[in-house]
Write a protein that binds this ligand. Structure first.
Ligand SMILES: [Zn+2]
Length: 248
């Protein structure tokens, strides 16, 4: 739409370290990975944390085998965008519950990696309109927001402090990738193709979906063009930005 008003602002890129916490292998590759590739090229450090190994994600594959396959696909897909560290928290795929155990697991990763920005997936009820979100995504996103606060308080999960981790209260913002409430976005024009390659790395998972004629490039382009036009660039990736401080 020529001349349409940009209603998204660019995300702040004045930071050094980010931690991405998502429920499943492939969650980042369905939209956020091209932005990660951009930040890696800017010299930033990004670490991935998978809450589950996506072991319940392929109907025709036993979970023990699926776990091995999907962890390998995620590590490769991270490598493609330049992410060297992928943590797997090995929680149970498909039945994640928002609660203290999930907060505890995520807080330990925040304390370990000391990020300034924590990126999670959309945790709203839908992806916009009537497209329902999935329970693991909602649980993970909500637990991640709380875990960021937990990580800064030495009296919350004190056993982690006793075991040698330090409290980390340095996260300034949490970003939810793909949120329908996004008011910000990243310009992924230069790294769009890298993002496509990182999605293609999930080949066993994509085959298991059984989507006929699924084209990763076309699928991602549909989303990134729409977001890009709202940002005033060719390709964009949307983020809901939440301040972790008070009154900011
Ligand atoms: Zn997912």
């Amino acid at each position: 739409m020529l001349g349409s008003m940009s209603d998204l602002s660019f995300v702040n890129e004045d930071w050094e370290r980010a931690l991405c916490v998502v429920a499943h292998p492939d969650d980042l590759e369905f939209g956020g990975a091209a932005a990660v590739a951009r930040w890696i090229r800017q010299g930033k450090t990004v670490v991935y944390c998978m809450v589950t190994s996506g072991e319940a994600g392929i109907d025709g594959m036993d979970p023990s085998e699926c776990k091995r396959v999907r962890e390998a696909e995620q590590v490769e897909s991270a490598r493609i965008v330049g992410v060297d560290v992928v943590e797997f928290l090995e929680q149970s795929d498909g039945v994640l519950e928002y609660g203290v155990p999930l907060r505890r697991a995520i807080a330990s990763v925040v304390r370990k990696h000391k990020p300034e920005i924590v990126i999670t997936n959309n945790f709203r009820d839908t992806w916009g309109r009537q497209s329902l979100n999935q329970a693991d995504h909602i649980a993970t996103g909500k637990a991640t927001l709380d875990a960021v606060r937990d990580a800064g308080n030495r009296w919350v999960f004190p056993e982690q402090i006793k075991a040698g981790l330090e409290p980390w209260g340095g996260v300034t913002h949490a970003w939810a990738a793909g949120s329908p409430d996004a008011r910000h976005g990243a310009d992924i024009t230069e790294t769009f193709d890298v993002g496509v390659e990182s999605l293609k790395a999930h080949s066993a998972y994509i085959a298991g979906l059984g989507w006929e004629n699924f084209d990763p490039a076309e699928f991602l382009e549909g989303m990134s063009r729409a977001t890009g036009s709202r940002l005033g660039v060719a390709h964009g990736s949307p983020f809901e930005v939440l301040s972790m401080g008070w009154g900011e």
